[in-house]
Write a protein that binds this ligand. Structure first.
Ligand code: SF4
Length: 79
């Protein structure tokens, strides 16, 4: 997927994983991969507060990406 056109939220920490303003705050990603995803400071969206730094965290983030109902979770190298 071409990620340049996505509206990456500014509160995401730098790195390949990010969320966009498509987020509807369903909370799933924060439940599946709390080490990576959390509500932003304003409670408006969920953002990447910590980039995955292990195979397990990466797998959890991928699971969250697949579970997100509005495809608001992306990884820069995704096809
Ligand atoms: S799973 Fe998707 S819609 Fe739900 S809180 Fe996370 S980014 Fe937002």
């Amino acid at each position: 997927m071409e990620t340049d056109s996505l509206n990456r939220l500014e509160d995401n920490v730098p790195g390949p994983w990010f969320t966009t303003d498509d987020c509807i705050i369903c909370g799933l990603c924060g439940e599946i991969a709390p080490e990576t995803f959390a509500p932003d400071s304003g409670g408006v969206f969920h953002i990447v507060h910590h980039q995955p730094d292990s195979a397990e965290a990466e797998a959890d983030a991928e699971e969250a990406r697949e579970a997100c109902p509005v495809e608001a979770i992306h990884r820069e190298s995704e096809e």
